[in-house]
Design a protein around this ligand. Structure first.
Ligand SMILES: [Cu+2]
Ligand SMILES: [Zn+2]
Length: 175
């Protein structure tokens, strides 16, 4: 995979490799987090495959592993600053784990997207760090906190957790 990073050989990189065996909602791919220095934003790169023309919520959840190996036991959205659930899209307060809220697979079943996330920082201390936590993908669409019920400001009413995997450190070179 090519890269648009201007600092490929320095900075910090973390990665999450997701592959589920869900019959209805197969998901496969990689999410990469790269940051050139503590003062730079974190670039988040999605390269995922799923059902064509489908939309699914995506978040960072609190925990990286669970005793029974299920996505259900990975806690809530990662939220070290105690904010309500929200979205970049509305510039409202949001969880650190809210990312872009949703992924949209195109007619070929691809989702390739890159953006800078101002809430993330790979140089953070452990309680504010996304390393060792999980990416969780849901069956439904995240309502961006606009769902007009209590759960909307907690989880975005995103429904069943269909795929999950931990975020871990990754070598910088050859992204
Ligand atoms: Cu979630
Ligand atoms: Zn959230």
């Amino acid at each position: 995979m090519g890269s648009s990073y201007s600092c490929e050989t320095h900075g910090k990189t973390a990665m999450c490799r997701i592959k589920n065996d869900h019959k209805t909602y197969p998901i496969d791919g990689v999410i990469t987090f790269h940051q050139c220095s503590p003062a730079h934003p974190v670039t988040v790169q999605f390269d995922l495959k799923g059902n064509p023309r489908s939309t699914h919520a995506i978040h960072i959840h609190q925990y990286g592993q669970s005793k029974n190996n299920t996505c259900k036991e990975l806690g809530l959205h990662f939220n070290p600053y105690g904010m309500p659930h929200g979205s970049l899209k509305y510039h409202t307060p949001r969880h650190m784990g809210d990312l872009i809220n949703n992924i949209h697979f195109d007619w070929k079943g691809n989702f390739k997207f890159e953006y800078n996330d101002e809430l993330l920082n790979l140089y953070n201390s452990i309680e504010y760090s996304i390393i060792g936590r999980s990416i969780v993908i849901h069956a439904k669409e995240d309502d961006l906190g606009k769902g007009d019920n209590e759960e909307s400001l907690i989880s975005g009413n995103a429904g069943e957790r269909i795929a999950c995997a931990p975020i871990a450190w990754c070598e910088n070179a050859h992204l």
